[in-house]
Design a protein around this ligand. Sequence first.
Ligand SMILES: Nc1ncnc2c1ncn2[C@@H]1O[C@H](COP(=O)(O)OP(=O)(O)O)[C@@H](O)[C@H]1O
Ligand SMILES: [Mg+2]
Length: 532
Amino acid sequence: MLAAVRSAAVLGVDAYDVTVEVDANQGLPQWTIVGLPAASVKESRERVGSALLNSGFLVPPRRVTVNLAPADTAKAGTAFDLPIALAFLVATGQLAPHAVERRVFVGELGLDGALRPVRGVLPIARRVAAAGADALVVPPANVGEASLVRAAPLAAPATLAVLVAQLRAGGPLPAPRPAARAPSAPLDDPLDFADVVGQGAARRALEVAAAGGHNVSLIGPPGAGKTMLARRLPGILPPLSESEALEVTTVHSVAGILPPGGFAVTGRPFRAPHHSISAAGLIGGGSIPRPGEVSLAHHGVLFLDEMLEFPRHVLDGLRQPMEDGRVVIARAATSIAYPARFTLVGAMNPCPCGRAGDPTGACTCSAADVLRYRARLSGPLADRLDMHVSVGAVAVAALAGSAPAEPSAAIAARVARARAAQVERYRALRSVQCNAHATGRWLDTHGGVEPAARAVLAAAAERLALSARGYHRVLKVARTIADLDGEPNVGAPAVAEALRYRGGLHRRPEGAGATEGSLGRTAIPRWRSGRR
Ligand SMILES: Nc1ncnc2c1ncn2[C@@H]1O[C@H](COP(=O)(O)OP(=O)(O)O)[C@@H](O)[C@H]1O
Ligand SMILES: [Mg+2]
């Protein structure tokens, strides 16, 4: 007998309908799954068989064919376990066909028949809301994200046996208990800028970056506080809007990294992948496409600590998402897009030993070593980092007993004001909320750039051999500086400050003394200006 059960699958950040058909015939006992199943789907046969037996159902020896329709899109993941089990029960006469009609089922089955969480339930719920259904049945751990969308009535039984009993009983399925949110433990160490001693230049740069959505690199010796500074950036960013939070939660749902209970992400993401990450891990993709770190950092911060330790081809993959705000992964039949609008913060040592520019002259690297080291950051990528900031080590004497510095809340208030000015400016432009996302051309004509500012910029463009992109990026940073100052126009001082962030790698680190160690007499060129 032939049975069909509705389910759904995820492609990119959207879901589409899948019908799970099961045909259980007389013949040599065997299971076949068709419809482009990946290995994880093929294995569902073993899980489903055990789950059925251990839940007290019969698994008569039949020739079973499972078809996942539409048959021409690749299926991955474990969410078809539940619909396959139900369709098998219908096909073998253990469940009436009308019990599963107009209902959508997703869930992984444990060998004992328990319903386990799956990826992408949020986009699936959105799809069900659009397509219409009498019920959406999900594993209990996915209830939080499923209830973010007003989809069909939800059900979340704990096991296959419980679900089948409810389906046999007829009538609407019992609504799930609202998932309890685990009380979040108070952080012992809330990351606050008040803890950071000194580092005025880096603090200012991060404030500008937060206010306008600009990318920053922090360059300095180990232990100077680069990681400490970067981790405090999300705390001064404006809170996520509701629609932004839903976008972030969707990506995290698809990646299967929502916290237990599957609640919405409410804070700005902060992603700090290790430098051993693969290109697919950072950018996204793989044989079964997954969002990469750039997408998990959507609307938040992507922090690349020890940025020059990342393989260059991995770093260069950042260029396209940084430009477009999304990642497009081409597949034979389709292409998949993941959102990827993030603020990049890179931390790096100035040289392999990390002590270039140290006042004690302790650097042991040759000039050639240093050049080679810095060349790991390609020109085009360096060009996309709007601000390069030197972070010098703070003297230990300054750390002891120092008064707390300005707290994050005060900085966040200034950032919020600057953002409000930008929202006002870009009201008429869809998809632009902050200066970093505006086009340079638009800012050039509508950004209120004063003639004097333009003159400073033109002279510097010549001197620094700025690329067109570099020119526009300086303009955007300058616009943000003016916004922080509450200035309607961009004046020469704002441009001058923005220009100081362009070549920062080669200035003496803040707080450092007169000598530059072994680099003192060696001319090191600036980051190559990046023309692709
Ligand atoms: N400016 C600073 N103010 C307060 N503590 C600091 C500062 N710089 C460094 N530290 C201390 O040193 C530790 C190491 O800093 P870290 O951010 O890991 O340095 P880096 O990433 O530059 O190697 C921090 O956890 C902090 O305890
Ligand atoms: Mg560090």
